[in-house]
Design a protein around this ligand. Sequence first.
Ligand SMILES: [Fe+2]
Ligand SMILES: [Fe+2]
Length: 139
Amino acid sequence: MKKIQWQDSLSVGIEPIDNQHKQWIQYFNNTTEAIASQQNRTQISKTLGFLIDYTEPHFSTEEKYMSGNNYPAFQEHKAKHDELKSTLARLVRDFEDEGITSNLAEAIDTFLGNWLIKHIQEVDMKFGAFIREKKIVIS
Ligand SMILES: [Fe+2]
Ligand SMILES: [Fe+2]
């Protein structure tokens, strides 16, 4: 399973958001670690729970900054968040029904890991650029 390493190229230049991304990556790594080391269902459920539960407040934080600063691509960005939220809800349902199957492990490892990195690098980064350009200070 994949581990994601935080690196400066992932920084969007907004400290509270970077900190949340670091935390999210940590929860992601804990989850793939729990799956890879074949921990029991309760432990995997716990790590997966932390990851899922962290997503909502993280997205809300970004959405609050975006709408509060009249970010023009707000709706578009929010739509991507909403899309992931429904995918996560599906993952959780699958986990509750069947535990960790190889399909689910693959979905978490590849889809979720890639989504996260790609979303930070492409979507969150654009918001970071907007904030810099407008010289808005978020701390
Ligand atoms: Fe984000
Ligand atoms: Fe985002």
